[in-house]
Design a protein around this ligand. Structure first.
Ligand SMILES: [Fe+2]
Length: 492
């Protein structure tokens, strides 16, 4: 039972408003405006040097001045902690590191074209980058006899350039497909084992027996290993929405979301294990609530509501009985409905505050509950669910944690089904942390609704160089079932 409010309210933030609001929480190197300006200056100085060197000899004062600005731009980033900075070109779109620069992709188009014509799609400027390196770089770009990467590298070697490395962009090279698939299967096995372990806990508890916590600890530990190896493989598991075993799937999903959020907050391994176990067991007290009350579709009577609320104390009691060394599962079971503003239940004692773990679990519980279809209500689109949480921040939810959750999941989280502006249908495949509004998607159906056999991955950060606008954008997020998709996980 979560505290999610009914999201019929029109005051919810739009996707761009949310992106703006959490910009400072984003874990991208250029989220800071001052740094972003320095990256833009780097691109500008490179383009101007390139243009001037095409018009005048490199000994001309104008060229000298712009080359000086290019060196200064690299130094400015170095002073900000960049030991090197890489300019990437992917599909004629400019990136500094993995941050997309749509406007610059258009205004500096000539430089982009010339870099590509010389076989260069990645350019790494090292901390030692100096005027001599800058001169060689722009001369190479104006030299028609250099037609490929190898020729450009040979020229650099001849000139003794050491502050620049030329390569083909590795921006979108992730773990090999095979390794990604292995990680996905391993994460799924941990998930399924977790569901079985939780089924056992539920059965034992219903029989009034004491359950063994070891399989749960083992599952959390495995999930953490998976998480550190491949965070996307683990986060993608939350797209699994079991229709038969809602409670069991839900507890594993809350565990995964809590572990991911905890890791993004920098909790250590001991803390994460404790949080993970707490996130599996927080609703255990529900086994003591009669099912006809839990599944009742109409409003609850005062007495029934009283019984439902007792699942927090019941859960804490049950956990007390199994005498865990770690007290946190008990604390979280007791506190998870108290809310950030302490207006929930059970009524807080004295100046008690909700523990960080209880706040994390309450937030993840609400998110997963909202985005899952139930027999008595439809699922809510992920972007809208996040907007509901954002609306509840400072009230039901801790404001800083809520923003961290949105920054971690993205505005359009992995597994969200979306319509693009060319009327095609796609599923969000990977979130781009530098641009939450433009994730990588898998194209499932074209504008005419024709289903694709082998879905292609599209990076929505790619810019149309003619217009400087994103080539394709998300128009709206839709419930997976509306798009006729039963199992989103298979596409991730
Ligand atoms: Fe609960």
């Amino acid at each position: 039972m979560s505290d999610a409010v009914d999201p019929t309210n029109d005051d919810l933030q739009s996707a761009p408003e949310m992106a703006n609001e959490i910009a400072s929480n984003a874990r991208a190197p250029f989220a800071d405006p001052a740094r972003l300006a320095k990256a833009k200056e780097l691109l500008r100085a490179l383009a101007v040097s390139h243009t001037n060197a095409g018009l005048y000899p490199t000994t001309h004062p104008l060229v000298g001045q712009s080359l000086g600005e290019l060196v200064t731009a690299v130094e400015a980033l170095r002073d900000d902690g960049f030991s090197s900075v890489t300019i990437n070109i992917y599909k004629r779109t400019l990136f500094v590191e993995n941050q997309v620069f749509p406007e610059e992709s258009m205004t500096h188009r000539k430089t982009v074209e010339d870099l590509l014509a010389h076989g260069i799609s990645a350019l790494t400027l090292l901390a030692t980058f100096n005027l001599r390196d800058a001169t060689a770089l722009v001369e190479a770009l104006s030299d028609d006899s250099i037609a490929d990467l190898e020729a450009a590298r040979r020229m650099f070697e001849r000139r003794g350039v050491v502050g620049v490395e030329l390569s083909e962009t590795a921006l979108f090279e992730e773990a090999g497909e095979e390794e990604e698939q292995e990680n996905k299967v391993a994460a799924r096995q941990t998930y399924d084992a977790g569901v079985e372990a939780m089924r056992d806990v539920e059965t034992q508890t219903k029989l009034g027996k004491v359950f063994d916590v070891e399989p749960l600890q083992h599952m959390v530990s495995n999930m953490l290993d998976n998480l550190f190896r491949d965070p996307a493989a683990v986060l993608g598991l939350t797209a699994i929405k079991g229709h038969d075993d809602y409670t069991l799937n839900h507890s594993i999903n809350v565990c995964i979301l809590s572990l991911s959020l905890g890791a993004s907050l920098g909790l250590d391994n001991v803390g994460l294990r404790s949080l993970g176990l707490s996130a599996l067991l927080y609703d255990l007290g529900k086994v003591r609530i009669p099912e006809d009350i839990l599944n009742k579709q109409g409003p609850l009577t005062t007495d029934e509501w009283h019984i439902v609320k007792s699942h927090t104390k019941e859960g804490a009691d049950l956990l007390k009985r199994i005498q865990l060394v770690d007290e946190m599962p008990m604390v979280v079971a007791y506190e998870h409905h108290q809310r950030h503003d302490l207006q929930g239940y059970p009524e807080p004692q004295g100046d008690q505050e909700q523990h960080l773990f209880s706040k994390v679990v309450a937030l993840c519980d609400a998110y997963d509950a909202m985005t899952t279809r139930r027999p008595f209500r439809r699922e809510i689109r992920p972007d809208k669910a996040l907007a509901v949480l954002m609306q509840g921040r400072g009230k039901a939810y801790d404001p800083a944690l809520t923003k961290s959750l949105v920054a971690m999941l993205g505005i359009y989280p992995m597994g969200a089904v979306v319509h693009l502006d060319d009327q095609s249908t796609a599923v969000v495949f990977r979130v781009n942390t530098d641009d939450l509004l433009h994730p990588r998607v898998k194209l499932l159906a074209d504008a005419h609704g024709r289903w694709r056999e082998d879905p292609e991955v599209l990076d929505l950060r790619v810019v149309d160089p003619e217009t400087g606008e994103f080539a394709r954008s998300i128009v709206e997020c839709v419930p997976a079932s509306d798009a006729g998709i039963d199992d989103v996980w298979q596409y991730l």
